[in-house]
Design a protein around this ligand. Structure first.
Ligand SMILES: Nc1nc2c(ncn2[C@@H]2O[C@H](COP(=O)(O)OP(=O)(O)OP(=O)(O)O)[C@@H](O)[C@H]2O)c(=O)[nH]1
Ligand SMILES: [Zn+2]
Length: 205
């Protein structure tokens, strides 16, 4: 099975998109409140558009963040370290592009360095940046792998995301406690079944 490589930054790098003003965003929330059947001018709701717009600013601040910057500082004095670096249980707080509903879970990010490593916090930041954009869990998984791959040229990358989608739990099909697991393996993780297995065992804890 061949897998098409994904460019590191697919979503959110579209400078062509004209952003509406904050005023327009506030008005859009007022419209939604009225559409839902409430009165946007009642005292309890007058500050709601501002709160919602601020919350969106936080949930989607990945569009303004720079993955390249986070991964640009590498450390080359690794003294021959050439085994897996694995970050477990990175919190994932994202929103699906289909419903803008939260999906929440954990990411497991591993790579095998090729003479250079990156600060471990930067890997968590990369997860956060991509998570704070709209996409699917599959695309999020691929984007994280592709960013590490292109900046570190490691011997291999393994990503696993385990998340619960609120568009499935709080609406629509209403199935609670269904978790979705996505994975992406490149290089040595793809070609070496024992290595892949070791990653999966370590990730499970
Ligand atoms: N593959 C994938 N699907 C997702 C993700 N997030 C949400 N979805 C699904 O996207 C699909 C959208 O389906 P549609 O039929 O277009 O939308 P809908 O009528 O709201 O679908 P229901 O959720 O089944 O009510 C649903 O099946 C969701 O469960 C994701 O990250 N990956
Ligand atoms: Zn959804």
């Amino acid at each position: 099975m061949s897998v098409t490589p994904v460019k590191p930054v697919l979503v959110g790098d579209n400078d062509e998109v004209q952003r509406p003003s904050r005023e327009q965003a506030l008005e859009a929330v007022r419209t939604l409140l009225a559409w839902a059947g409430d009165d946007p001018d009642r005292p309890g709701l007058v500050d709601t558009p501002k709160r919602v717009v601020d919350a969106y600013g936080e949930w989607f601040d990945g569009y303004d963040a720079d993955v390249e910057k986070e991964l640009s500082r590498t450390f080359e004095d690794v003294q021959g370290y050439d085994d897996m670096v694995l970050l477990r249980d990175i919190e994932v707080e994202s929103h699906c592009e289909h419903h803008m509903a939260p999906f929440l879970g954990k990411a497991f990010v591993a790579y095998i360095p090729n003479e250079k490593v990156v600060g471990i916090s930067k890997l968590a930041r990369v997860v956060e940046i991509f998570a704070r954009r709209l996409q699917t869990q599959e695309v999020l998984t691929n984007q994280i792998a592709a960013a590490i791959e292109s900046h570190l040229q490691p011997q291999g990358v393994a990503i696993l995301i385990d998340a619960e989608h609120q568009c499935m739990t709080t609406r629509g099909v209403h199935h609670r406690h269904v978790s979705t697991i996505t994975t992406r393996f490149t290089g040595a993780f793809k070609s070496d079944a024992a290595l892949k297995d070791r990653f999966l065992k370590l990730a499970k804890g």
